[in-house]
Design a protein around this ligand. Structure first.
Ligand SMILES: Cc1cc2nc3c(=O)[nH]c(=O)nc-3n(C[C@H](O)[C@H](O)[C@H](O)COP(=O)(O)OP(=O)(O)OC[C@H]3O[C@@H](n4cnc5c(N)ncnc54)[C@H](O)[C@@H]3O)c2cc1C
Length: 498
């Protein structure tokens, strides 16, 4: 049996802790915050409950496997809700597309109804290609350890696989090969943002994101997504995992070998193995010694070459009444989507808040979250990360409040004016996200998928320092609840049984 310390009680940290405890290890989770969950946050106000992080669970098989392997079925702990309409998309020309919850055929039909029969046929073809991509990438890329560019080279003899993935094409280029309607292209673009990326730079393989959503479903969790975290926390407790909150790790002892961590305040917690759920850039940048940094130079160099993922600006809105023709998930697209990516990533000038952003609103049709006759909105727009040293400084006085007003006005111009029904609202900027989750700059997904080599630049789960591991959205295979769950499985399998 090994003594394992996990740094951080995000979903990756808790999933790994539960898996390791079920393999017979003694596990302690040290968390900076007063509670578990990390980005999977919640805010409650006067009967309204708001998920402040994830609002959509895809690929539930990852969590089904985690729960089954650690003691009991996921559905015994939480209720997954399969929404009849997964998304209401409204394009700049006013066209509305209501996408069903699961089933590529049903989704193609809905696309046909909204955008015409040609688009339905094109979507089916695009999804057929995405299905092949999924078959080729799932096992070797997502569910396995990745070893930088070596992994790509070792795959290169499978010419057929490479052709399927089209590693030199972007998501935008791949979509344009199949799809002609600009509205449907806009919809595909949006899936790049699910990994915090720009569709004009992210690889074609991200076509698997809509495929997974439509093939395996997009779920709500009764009571809110935070309930998934609660169930996982309880599972870890049941398995004997110890949690210490308000415990910030400031150093990992790695010389002559991993022996534990030092907390802010000086207490040393000994460990044979350390699993870091903290952001990989923090681990490599400030939690290990200069000698260990030297030892991990290739990983740090790769990380420096990556583009950090985009961040998010959110507004929680409690409102009286009901918005007509509204669904659980609603997306309002702007006229010029490219301008959004220019603002967020700041290619030609300094990154700045998006003037006319895509607006996403989760308005849960869930009585545990929304009082009768009212609405509990989680509104999110893409935003540049917080960078007070020369980039976008989200701490400027008044900026948050003004930008929140601007977004609500933009929404009103797109047909939904909630302003005179609001009973309470609270905005959160990328700087707040950084403060609340310890994610540098408030990046939602660690590093983005911008660039053809991005997947191979992402930090590996097994570091060059024996017995030091990385788990969670800033390491392989990336961010989002399913991938974070996969990273926990990779790490737990590598460590093995006690
Ligand atoms: C606004 C928003 C919307 C999102 N929407 C979705 C969605 O709809 N669907 C989806 O699948 N995903 C979504 N995501 C992404 C998803 O939330 C994340 O990928 C996932 O929750 C990250 O989990 P993680 O394990 O990487 O840990 P994190 O949640 O990043 O947690 C890391 C934890 O480590 C702690 N920590 C860091 N450093 C230290 C230290 N030195 N000492 C002690 N503790 C430390 C932090 O306090 C934190 O609790 C969203 C995220 C955000 C922010």
């Amino acid at each position: 049996m090994a003594n394992v310390v996990v740094i951080g009680a995000g979903m990756g940290g808790m999933a790994c802790a539960a898996r390791l405890a079920s393999k017979g290890h003694a596990v302690t989770v040290l968390e900076h915050n007063e509670t578990w969950g990390g980005k999977l946050g919640v805010v409650s106000h006067d009967g309204h409950v708001f998920d402040t992080g994830p609002s959509l669970l895809t690929l539930p098989a990852v969590y089904r496997d985690l729960f089954l392997k650690t003691g009991g079925a996921l559905e015994d702990s939480i209720e997954l809700v399969d929404l009849e309409t997964a998304f209401r998309y409204q394009f700049a020309d006013g066209t509305v597309l209501k996408m069903p919850g699961v089933g590529i055929g049903r989704c193609a039909e809905a696309i046909g109804d909204a955008l015409g029969g040609e688009s339905a046929l094109q979507w089916r073809e695009f999804m057929r290609r995405a299905a092949k991509m999924w078959a080729v990438t799932r096992k070797p890329f997502l569910e396995s350890e990745l070893h930088g560019m070596k992994s790509l080279v070792s795959m290169s003899w499978r010419i057929g696989d490479l052709r399927t993935i089209s590693p030199t094409k972007t998501l935008r280029e791949m979509a344009q090969h199949y799809i002609s309607d600009p509205r449907l292209l806009t919809l595909v673009d949006r899936y790049a943002t699910y990994t915090g990326s720009d569709p004009r730079r992210a690889p074609a393989a991200l076509a698997t994101v809509p495929y997974v959503e439509q093939m395996f479903g997009a779920y709500h969790v009764s009571g809110g997504l935070r309930e998934l975290g609660r169930a996982l926390y309880q599972r870890a407790i049941d398995l004997g995992v110890t949690f210490e909150f308000s415990s910030t790790v400031e150093n990992i002892a790695t010389e002559p070998k991993v022996s534990g961590v030092t907390l802010v305040g000086g207490r040393f917690v000994s460990a044979d193995i350390v699993v870091a759920n903290a952001d990989a850039s923090l681990v490599y940048g400030s939690l290990i010694s200069a000698t260990a940094q030297q030892q991990t130079k290739p990983a740090r160099t790769a990380l420096a070459k990556s583009t950090p993922s985009l961040s998010g600006f959110s507004i929680l809105v409690a409102a009286n009444g009901k918005t007509p023709d509204f669904e659980h998930h609603n997306v309002f697209f702007p006229q010029n989507y490219d301008a959004e990516f220019e603002s967020v990533f700041g290619y030609t000038s300094k990154a700045k808040p998006v003037a006319d952003p895509t607006i996403y609103i989760c308005s849960p049709s869930d009585s545990k979250m929304t009082p009768d006759g009212k609405e509990s909105w989680f509104l999110l727009v893409n935003a540049p990360r917080h960078d007070a040293a020369g980039g976008m400084d989200w701490n400027q006085p008044g900026l948050k409040e003004n930008y929140a007003d601007q977004i609500l006005q933009t929404l009103a111009a797109r047909g939904v004016d909630v302003t005179n029904r609001i009973t309470w609202q609270a905005a959160s900027s990328p700087a707040d996200l950084e403060r609340n989750t310890m994610a540098p700059g408030g990046s939602i997904y660690g590093t983005s998928s911008n660039g053809m080599r991005s997947a191979f630049l992402r930090p590996e789960n097994v570091t060059k320092i024996p017995n030091l591991y990385l788990v969670g959205g800033s390491s392989h295979p990336g961010g989002g609840l399913p991938l974070v769950g996969m990273s926990a499985e990779i790490v737990a399998n590598h460590i093995g049984r006690a």
